[in-house]
Design a protein around this ligand. Structure first.
Ligand code: NIG
Ligand code: FE
Length: 407
């Protein structure tokens, strides 16, 4: 690909300093905003970025693209989604509103297992069509990388189908995560039997190169911390990176397990105590917060303030799924982070870019707009202080991945 100069840019939020600080203790200056900027892209990567007035002469004559005097932002990274599923669970929302809990709905045959039934029945073509539409929604919000978990198949054939669909998605960067351990399917008597099967399945996932990451839902009536430890250690021995749905509804010390196993991330981290928070903050494990799911479940929010103030690296993500978070709206996620978790606006931007890149092990290539990093960005008329505020006011004009327009 030949060099392109993107010009006529009112400002670029580069996140350079947030990236240097590895996504911790972020303040406004860490957004590293450059006014009257331009950007040179070569081979999908940023070759030069800075003030227009300082553009080296060598780039004066290359192909130019005007960005109409708009602002440029690093593409958002949605580092926790369950984007591939069929069917819907709208009746559960009504049930929860009547006071029936998420756990009780699951006991009555709803919950994850009901999506599993619907997803098993769906053809690859149908799932791909549904998922591609959702990906287009991501792009329209400025999301350039999305993590997608399996976990609505819960048998080798259907889990493979989901991961294959994820790997076939077009236009966006996809990181897949194998979540065979999302719930225990009806065919299995207990956790032990199912995890034994999953260990065999892991070898196939690895051999077929379907995913490099493994997740597990540690929770009462799902998977226990002790059994999860053995399973994740096995996954690591096969070369997978690991992550955990940790301490979401009840405290199982899954966050501590994530730290012990050097997991890329511990996600949800709601039911954790001060000691867990301290340990998480001084670890390399990223705390992934999912406030839209907490909003829909009307549960407690994680203690973002304390985590951040203790020095934790935090990421925000949608947790988009048919049960606990039916929205993909990243602006809404950021708004909740501000309103309900008292995160500052710079912290929100950093959590959706640098923090999320770390959660997926992509920090060297993505999350900031720096020389030699991917040219993944979106363009908007809106100024940065207008984000995550009035949900109907943010307009994403266009989205670029590796310098190519995808939206
Ligand atoms: O992250 N906690 C487990 N998994 C999802 C919910 C999945 C579902 O209800 O279908 C979550 O909230
Ligand atoms: Fe989730």
């Amino acid at each position: 690909m030949k060099e392109i100069l993107f010009e006529d840019i009112a400002s670029i939020m580069t996140m350079k300093s947030a990236h240097l600080k590895e996504g911790r203790t972020i303040v406004e200056s860490d957004l590293s905003i450059i006014k009257d900027a331009c950007l040179v892209v070569d081979g999908g990567k940023i070759k030069w970025i800075g003030k227009k007035s300082q553009l080296p002469k060598t780039y004066f004559k290359i192909t130019k693209k005007s960005l109409n005097g708009f602002n440029v932002y690093p593409g958002f990274i949605d580092c926790h989604t369950h984007l591939i599923f069929a069917g819907d669970r709208t009746p559960e929302f009504e049930m929860r509103n009547k006071g029936i809990s998420y756990q009780e709905i699951a006991r009555q045959g709803g919950g994850i297992l009901s999506t599993v039934m619907q997803t098993r029945k769906a053809s690859t073509v149908k799932l791909l069509e549904l998922a591609q539409e959702r990906v287009n929604e991501c792009l329209s919000q400025g999301v350039t990388t999305v993590e997608i978990k399996s976990g609505y198949g819960l048998n080798q054939k259907s889990e493979e189908k989901i991961l294959q669909v994820a790997n076939k998605l077009k236009k966006i960067n996809v990181i897949t995560t194998y979540l065979g351990a999302h719930a225990i399917p009806k065919e299995f008597k207990n956790e032990d039997d199912y995890l034994k099967q999953l260990k065999d399945d892991l070898k196939i996932i690895k051999a077929k190169n379907l995913s490099q990451r493994v997740d597990i839902f540690i929770e009462k009536n799902y998977f226990s911390k002790e059994k999860a430890k053995d399973y994740l250690e096995f996954a690591k021995s096969l070369g997978f990176s690991v992550t955990i749905h940790a301490d979401q509804l009840t405290r199982s010390e899954a966050t501590l397990l994530a730290i012990e196993l050097k997991a890329q991330s511990a996600d949800h981290v709601i039911c954790i105590n001060d000691n867990d928070k301290k340990k998480l903050a001084s670890s390399e494990t990223t705390a992934v917060l999912l406030p839209a799911a907490d909003f829909y479940l009307q549960c407690q929010y994680p203690d973002a303030r304390k985590l951040i103030d203790l020095g934790a690296r935090v990421a925000l993500a949608s947790d988009f799924n048919p049960g606990t978070c039916p929205t993909q709206n990243i602006q809404f996620v950021g708004l909740l982070a501000r309103l309900q978790m008292k995160m500052t606006l710079p912290e929100v931007f950093s959590s959706l870019t640098v923090g999320a890149a770390y959660a997926l092990g992509l920090q060297k290539q993505k999350g900031a707009l720096n020389t030699n990093m991917a040219a993944d960005f979106f363009v908007s008329k809106n100024k940065w202080n207008e984000f995550f505020y009035d949900l109907s006011n943010i307009e994403i004009h266009s989205t670029f991945i590796e310098g190519k327009k995808v939206y």
